[in-house]
Design a binder for this molecule. Structure first.
Ligand code: 5GP
Ligand code: ZN
Length: 139
C-alpha cells in the first residue's frame, strides 16, 4: 500500500468507490469521470505502478477479472463492444500511478475510434527495420 495513492485508499476502504467486483488480488470499480456509461477500472489490490511490476499471479488476477467483467458490463448497460486498455506509464497518459485496466463500453455510432488513435504519428518502417525490432524484442 502506498500512503498517497488514491487507488490504494479505495482498496483500503478509506475513499468510497462503486465497487462492481472483487477477488483476492484484484478489485474493479466504476471510473469517477467515465468516458462512457459503465467505464470500469480493474486494478491489482497491491500497489504497483506499471503492468510489468505486477507478479504473474497479480497479472492473471487482473486480466481474469477483466475477462469475467466485460460481458457482464456489456449486458448490464446494453453496450455493443468494449475498448480495453492500459495507459502504462506517464508518457502514455497514466495519471494515477497504480496500474489499472480501463474497460470502456462502446456503442454503435458513439463517435469514438479504435485504440490506434492513442498512439502518435505512425512511423514509416521498412522490412529491415521491422526485422531488427522483432529481433531486439525477441532477444
Ligand atoms: P489514467 O489516466 O491514470 O489511465 O486514468 C485514471 C483514471 O482514474 C481516470 O479515468 C479517472 O477518471 C479515474 N479516477 C481518478 N481518481 C479517481 C477516484 O478517486 N475514484 C475513481 N473511481 N476513479 C478515479
Ligand atoms: Zn496504489
Amino acid at each position: 500500500m502506498s500512503d498517497d495513492c488514491i487507488f490504494c485508499s479505495i482498496v483500503a476502504g478509506d475513499i468510497p468507490a462503486r465497487v462492481v467486483a472483487e477477488t483476492d488480488d484484484a478489485l474493479a470499480f466504476l471510473d469517477a469521470n467515465p468516458m462512457a456509461r459503465g467505464h470500469t477500472l480493474v486494478i491489482p489490490k497491491a500497489h504497483h505502478r506499471r503492468v510489468a511490476d505486477l507478479s504473474r499471479e497479480e497479472s492473471r488476477a487482473v486480466f481474469d477479472l477483466v475477462h469475467d467483467l466485460a460481458p457482464r458490463i456489456e449486458d448490464a448497460i446494453d453496450a455493443d463492444a468494449h475498448t480495453i486498455g492500459v495507459n502504462d506509464g506517464p508518457d502514455a497518459g497514466q495519471e494515477v500511478p497504480h496500474a489499472h485496466v480501463h474497460v470502456i463500453p462502446r456503442f454503435d455510432g458513439d463517435g469514438g475510434g479504435p485504440i490506434h488513435v492513442a498512439a502518435g504519428e505512425r512511423p514509416d518502417l521498412d522490412d529491415d527495420e521491422l526485422d531488427e525490432i522483432a529481433d531486439a524484442i525477441g532477444a
